[in-house]
Write a protein that binds this ligand. Structure first.
Ligand code: MLT
Length: 237
């Protein structure tokens, strides 16, 4: 388990990685794909998003994201997963800019495979890892302000719990700690998360409904993976 600030692109090259940004980037991406979005390009900033999007038909493209949690100026979509409805994102290509989540995804661009994890699809992600049975697994947490975020550790713990059930010997002690944190708090995730830096910020900004949305477990049993710089659905074999 690492934060993206603690590892380099080269250290991730060729490794099996799950990227998690529970609040809210990977939850938003999973929701968008569940609602028919074709693909998501994680982008570092709005200028880059605009340049990349300009080579696409404007009616097929959406820009979305946040800066300091707020919608970006002049951009139709923020980073609230609740805004990524089928009516809005169906059939579209999305260029998404966020503070930590899209940066972590970009960091993992040399890794393979790269799965996108959230509470919304955690069990499906774990089942895929068990199916692929990799020699090692990096759980790359987006974190907040350069530090681990509790909500990412809890999501990691959920995914690890499903892996641990089947492969007890391969889970290290940090992973066990993450699982126990998840297991201990599973029935009170909203109250735990309302105390985290990011959870508090969402509540303070009036986005408490996003917090509750992102804490739902396994409502979108889908696999999303990043390949060739974009995230799309991975069809199970
Ligand atoms: C991030 O990437 O830091 C988050 O997704 C920010 C947010 O949406 O609040």
């Amino acid at each position: 388990i690492a934060t993206h600030q603690n590892v380099t692109r080269d250290e991730l090259e060729g490794r099996y990685v799950i990227v998690i940004d529970t609040l809210r980037a990977t939850s938003t991406i999973v929701t968008a794909l569940a609602h028919g979005c074709k693909q998501v390009f994680p982008v570092a900033n709005l200028n880059e998003a605009r340049v990349l999007a300009s080579s696409w038909d404007s009616d097929k493209v959406l820009l979305g994201g946040e800066g300091q949690g707020r919608p970006l100026p002049g951009v139709f979509l923020g980073n609230s997963p609740r805004d990524y409805t089928a009516e809005v994102v169906g059939g579209k290509t999305l260029f998404l800019v966020t503070t930590n989540g899209t940066v972590a995804l970009q960091k993992a661009q040399k890794a393979a495979p790269v799965l996108v994890g959230s509470l919304l699809n955690g069990e499906t992600v774990a089942r895929r890892v068990l199916h692929d049975d990799p020699d090692d697994l990096v759980i790359l947490c987006a974190g907040t302000q350069g530090y681990f975020a509790l909500e990412d550790i809890v999501t990691a713990g959920k995914i690890i719990g499903h892996i641990w059930e089947s492969r007890p010997a391969v889970v290290n002690e940090l992973a066990i700690a993450a699982f126990q944190l998840y297991q201990f708090n599973q029935q009170q995730l909203p109250s735990l998360m309302a105390q985290t830096i990011h959870g508090r910020r969402l509540v303070d900004m009036g986005d408490g409904d996003d917090l509750r949305f992102c804490l739902q477990e396994d409502i979108f049993p889908l696999l999303a993976h990043q390949a060739v710089a974009r995230v799309c659905l991975l069809t199970p074999e």
